[in-house]
Ligand binder design. Structure first.
Ligand code: FES
Length: 151
C-alpha cells in the first residue's frame, strides 16, 4: 500500500513503527523514487524497489542470510542483494584453484540503499545522497520505467 509521506530536513516520515513491523515490507515513493522498506530480524532496511538487473520487483523476494549477510533474492532471476549495502553477491569458483572450491563473491554495490531511522515510534527514511551512478538508478528514471513496463 502506498502512503503519502511528509519530509523534514531530508527525512521522510514513512509510517508508525508498529505498522511498519507488521507490514514487514512497505512500498513508498519519496521524491519520485520508488523505495522498498523492509523489517527483518529486528532491523529496518530501505533500498530501491526495482532490481538493478532487469527491474524485478524486490518486494516479493525471499530474504536469506548468505555468507553472513542478510540478502533479498530477486524473484525474477534470483540475484542476491545485501539489505545493508545493496551489494550483489554470487557463488562462483576460481579456476586457478585446484580443485576449484565454490565461494561467495561480490559484484560490488549494485542496488542503492537508503538510511532508515526510528524516533518515538515513527520510522523515517533519508534518501542516499551519493552522487555517483549505481545501477539500480536506471529503473528509477523515465527510460527504466518504460523498460519495466515492457517486461
Ligand atoms: Fe532481478 Fe533479474 S530482475 S535478478
Amino acid at each position: 500500500m502506498e502512503k503519502k509521506e511528509q519530509s523534514t530536513g531530508g527525512l521522510h516520515f514513512v509510517g508508525k513503527k508498529d505498522e511498519m513491523i507488521e507490514a514487514k515490507r512497505s512500498f513508498r515513493t519519496l521524491e519520485g523514487r520508488d523505495i522498498l522498506i523492509i523489517y527483518h530480524q529486528g532491523g529496518f532496511y530501505a533500498m530501491d524497489s526495482y532490481c538493478y538487473h532487469a527491474g524485478g520487483m524486490l518486494q516479493n523476494g525471499d530474504i536469506e542470510e548468505i555468507d553472513g549477510k542478510l540478502c533479498i533474492i530477486c524473484p525474477n532471476h534470483k540475484y542476491k542483494l545485501s539489505l545493508a549495502k545493496g551489494e550483489c553477491i554470487y557463488k562462483g569458483t576460481d579456476p586457478r584453484e585446484k580443485p576449484p572450491v565454490p565461494r561467495w563473491y561480490s559484484k560490488g554495490v549494485k542496488q542503492r540503499t537508503h538510511m532508515v531511522t526510528e524516533t518515538n515510534g515513527e520510522v523515517y527514511v533519508k534518501l542516499s545522497e551519493g552522487t555517483s551512478w549505481i545501477e539500480s538508478d536506471f529503473y528509477q528514471g523515465e527510460k527504466g520505467k518504460v523498460e519495466r513496463a515492457k517486461a
